[in-house]
Write a protein that binds this ligand. Structure first.
Ligand code: AP5
Ligand code: MG
Length: 190
């Protein structure tokens, strides 16, 4: 299997690039943000609980996200591999993901981490806020908090994959096609 962690701060382009990557490599896209927004739209208990954290730009508790992603992996028995987008976001999530995959006799192949300047992240998210309807894109304070939470709680996940020799930084500035080419360049080396 080819299992890719697509990593990067809010607005780095994870979702945008995942669409093209799943097409090229025939992978299943698992975005915890998209799954949580789906739960919210369905007004499920999980979605309503998660909303309290998402609207402030805080992380949803690990146990909620880990249980949710495990269910989604189990539903995809025949998959050739996965793109994990927005997950793992803590070292605890990364450890849990390794355990889940090893039960299926597989593992993470690579972590590609998009690197984007902070002002560009803010510009992209504010731009999307005009059309997305996402509550967490509407308010500059929430956007700033998402980036701060990333730096404090999520960036340490890089050390986790670095220790396994799987961390590959990728320049996330430029056009969508240029960045896609850089990502494929790293993934093709796996
Ligand atoms: P999530 O949905 O994962 O949001 P995020 O990480 O904050 O980032 P985005 O999805 O906004 O950005 P992206 O990197 O996907 O960029 P995109 O391609 O959309 O998480 C939302 C919330 O859910 C979290 O805050 C948390 O509360 C909760 N959550 C989710 N996962 C969790 C977890 N594992 N644990 C705990 N809580 C969790 O691009 C952004 C914009 O830029 C778009 O408008 C796009 O068109 C544009 N764009 C993309 N590429 C380019 C480019 N090259 N040039 C110009 N514009 C571009
Ligand atoms: Mg996204």
């Amino acid at each position: 299997m080819l299992n890719v962690v697509l990593f990067g701060p809010p607005g780095a382009g994870k979702g945008t690039q995942a669409v093209n990557l799943i097409e090229k490599y025939k992978l299943v896209h698992l975005s915890t943000g998209d799954i949580l927004r789906g739960e919210l739209a369905a007004k499920s208990p999980l979605g309503l609980e998660a909303k309290k954290f998402m609207d402030k730009g805080e992380l949803v508790p690990d146990e909620v996200v880990i249980g949710m992603i495990e269910g989604k992996i189990d539903q995809q028995a025949g998959a050739k591999g996965f793109i994990f987008d927005g997950f793992p976001r803590t070292k605890a999530q990364a450890g849990a993901l390794d355990k889940m995959l090893s039960k299926k006799n597989t593992a993470i192949s690579i972590m590609v981490a998009l690197e984007v300047e902070k002002q560009e992240l803010v510009n992209r998210l504010m731009g999307r806020g005009k059309v997305s309807g996402r509550a967490d894109d509407q308010d500059i304070n929430v956007i700033e908090n998402r980036i701060a939470v990333y730096n404090r709680e999520t960036a340490p996940v890089i050390d986790y994959y670095s220790a396994q020799g799987k961390f590959k930084p990728v320049n996330g500035m430029g056009t969508i096609d240029e960045i896609f080419g850089r990502l494929c360049g790293e993934i093709d080396k796996v």
